[in-house]
Ligand binder design. Structure first.
Ligand code: COA
Ligand code: AMP
Length: 635
């Protein structure tokens, strides 16, 4: 592609969005062509491709079989934790998906019904997602590291008729039994499913509840294969819950039409891969990266997707990623910077890289958290390929800012995810809604409409959608991230404006953790902040004030708090540290000064806020944090 290709595509996407996306939609097979590319008659609610009818599963699976790719691997399942490497061709995938879809129908599932998928990284999980898409059911995948209560919240909101799960997941050397967690979640929920279908894994067999639970093989092995049903482009394909500013997660909805069009466009234009290429997103299907780039994106493009059930380190060592790239001839790897920090920590010189032939690798893409320049340079130097940071969110489903390598590789600037991707009119706004000049930090916003593939709403909650994202600046989407743009139009994403923290690329709400701590009988007041961590980017740290008269040992209380967060939110919260303090710093109007405490903990310079009630509390906080290894440079 010639120099200027990115700029030309970007300008066209904003000046003629309907023409731009209609052209991209030409690469999708439609049952019925859309009436309009963009329906903007109900602003601020926009819909892409209304009137269009298609099937996402057909586009991701069947059409590749029909066009002669039937024998090509669709999925390579590589599981160092079980010692299995298995290749599933497009033909075999179509047959499995069609049977599972038939089995779901036999269990009574119909178009529009919800299905929760609470499964580890096994091929059956992908088959389940595609089977739902095949019959127009709406899936909602819940990450395995969440505790029963979090699962129950999602069950209550999505009200699934069926839950698909497995006997266990495997985390490194630990076997984590999923079934007791599922049973507990259902017992807590107010909308229990009619049926649960359980995949029995050899590492641990689950006990099935007669009348409700069915064994996966019994339900699906001899079910009739069913065809893809036509689905409206604007119908929901899936719901994916993500952390909001409270303990209640937000149900991000993805539609069929815009999603298929946008993801297919990204495969060629952002990642520069085509049918037949091997693409590997080392993430988890429980996150948006997994939805978009383990499952739908690569399959829509006819690529081979790698499904990796392992870790970057410890399964068995820091050479695991290089082994997978070499063994499966991976062209593009996508992961979170934290995975590279974990590898770098164990193999700082990258000696294990030399044991593998990585000639097929053409680019490394990173996202999920800010990519620190050290990690970027380390990866660039060791791998000798472009390392591309790109910025996106569960809400958008694909990159808001990226170096679109299939259009044109722009110079990489460490610390920046490059420029806004075509379709996104990104603006940096100040508190009053005025645009800020280059170099000045503000709220990163996108002028409406968001491009296809982004969420059209929150599940059953249009009002919440408008309130959380569109009301702050009318006509704009509020990303929740703060940052700036430089003179060359490169964006810099510096952090959240709300209480969300990013732990090992996982998005978590500190508000949710505070709700748990506040429920402890000895706690009067609390606050959770994200403190800098060299491996995971951020780690949560609790600060609690005890009720008057509590004289129990603080260590015991802290241990209980850690356990409560693990039990109620899950191991994924990585909440392992809390400290008892006498008071929390507040403004005169009573707002806890979390940002100032974070700066104190991280040992960075801070200004004493003019609105602070009692500045003396700040030095007490520093003194309380120092024994934990924080607040080293604090005044
Ligand atoms: N099911 C059950 N438990 C899970 C789980 C799952 N699917 N995923 C994680 N957990 C558990 C872990 O076992 C760990 O439990 P522990 O406290 O008992 O040790 C806890 O949740 C925290 O997990 P994690 O944050 O992944 O930490 P880790 O120390 O196990 O691994 C990394 C650290 C950096 C290797 C790991 O986070 C990683 O590979 N990250 C890649 C980032 C990524 O995939 N991001 C997704 C967005 S792109
Ligand atoms: P999630 O919805 O889980 O994908 O998390 C989205 C959030 O992760 C964003 O709002 C950012 O705060 C952060 N994030 C994702 N990618 C990047 C990136 N490349 N640089 C900085 N922050 C990022």
């Amino acid at each position: 592609m010639p120099a200027g290709a990115y700029q030309a595509a970007y300008e066209r996407s904003l000046n003629d969005p309907e023409g731009f996306w209609a052209e991209a939609a030409g690469r999708i097979d439609w049952v019925r062509r859309w009436d309009r590319v963009l329906d903007d008659s109900r602003k601020p609610m926009y819909r892409w491709f209304p009137g269009g009818v298609l099937n996402t599963c057909y586009n991701a699976v069947d059409r590749h079989v029909e066009s002669g790719r039937g024998e090509q691997p669709a999925i390579i399942y590589d599981s160092p934790v079980t010692g299995v490497v298995e290749s599933i061709s497009y033909c075999a995938l179509r047959d499995q998906v069609a049977r599972v879809a038939g089995g779901l129908r036999q269990l009574g599932l119909a178009k529009g019904d919800r299905v929760i998928i609470y499964m580890p990284m096994v091929p059956e999980a992908l088959v389940a997602m595609l089977a739902c898409a095949r019959i127009g059911a709406i899936h909602s995948v819940v990450f395995g590291g969440f505790a029963p209560r979090e699962l129950a919240t999602r069950i209550n909101d999505a009200r699934p008729r069926i839950i698909l799960s497995a006997s266990c997941g495997i985390e490194g050397k630990k076997v984590i039994e999923y079934k007791p967690l599922l049973d507990e979640a259902i017992a807590m929920s107010t909308a229990p499913p009619e049926r649960c279908v359980i995949l029995q894994r050899p590492q641990s067999r689950a006990t099935l509840q007669v009348g409700r639970d069915v064994d996966w093989r019994t339900a699906f092995a001899s079910a009739p294969a069913v065809e893809c049903v036509p689905v409206a482009a604007t119908d929901p394909l899936y719901i994916l819950y993500t952390s909001g500013t409270t303990g209640i997660p937000k149900g991000v909805v993805r539609d069929h039409g815009g999603h298929a069009v946008a993801l297919l466009w990204t495969m060629k234009n952002i990642y520069n891969v085509s049918a037949g290429d091997v693409y590997w997103a080392a993430s988890d299907i429980g996150w948006v990266v997994g939805h978009s780039y383990i499952v739908y994106g690569p399959l829509l493009a006819g690529c081979t997707t790698v499904l990796y059930e392992g870790k970057p380190v410890g399964t068995p060592d820091a050479g695991a990623f290089w082994r997978v790239i070499a063994q499966h001839r991976v062209k593009v790897l996508f992961t979170a910077p934290t995975a590279f920090r974990a590898i770098k920590r164990e193999d700082p010189d990258g000696t294990l890289i030399h044991q593998h032939d990585l000639r097929t690798l053409q680019a490394l893409f990173l996202a999920g958290e800010r990519c620190d320049p050290d990690t970027l340079h380390w990866a660039e130097q060791r791998l000798g390929v472009p390392v591309i940071d790109h910025w996106w969110q569960t809400e958008t489903g694909w990159a808001i800012a990226a170096n679109c390598t299939g259009l044109e590789l722009l110079p990489v600037k460490p610390g920046s995810p490059t420029r806004a991707a075509p379709g996104y009119d990104v603006r940096v706004l100040d508190e009053a809604g005025d645009e800020l000049p280059a170099g000045e930090s503000g709220n990163l916003c996108v002028r409406l409409p968001l491009p296809p593939g982004c969420f059209p709403t929150l599940w059953n909650n249009d009002a919440g959608f408008i309130d959380a994202y569109l009301s702050r600046y009318p006509g704009y989407y509020l990303s929740g991230d703060a940052g700036y743009r430089d003179e060359d139009g490169y964006l810099y994403v510096m952090g959240r404006i709300d209480d969300i923290i990013n732990v090992a690329g996982h998005r978590l709400s500190t508000g949710g953790m505070e709700e748990v701590l506040a429920a402890h009988p000895d706690v009067a007041e609390c606050s959770v902040i994200g403190v800098a961590d060299t491996l995971k980017g951020e780690l949560p740290l609790g600060l609690v004030v005890l009720k008057a008269g509590v004289s129990r040992p603080h260590d015991d209380i802290v241990r209980e708090l850690v356990q409560m967060v693990r039990d109620r939110i899950g191991a994924v919260a990585a909440f392992k540290q809390a400290v008892v303090v006498k008071r929390l710093p507040k403004t005169r109007s009573g707002k806890i000064l979390r940002g100032t405490m974070k700066k104190i903990a991280d040992g960075v310079e801070y200004k004493v806020p003019a609105t602070i009630d009692d500045p003396a509390i700040l030095s007490e906080i520093g003194a309380a944090l120092r024994p934990l290894g924080y607040a080293r440079n604090a005044m």
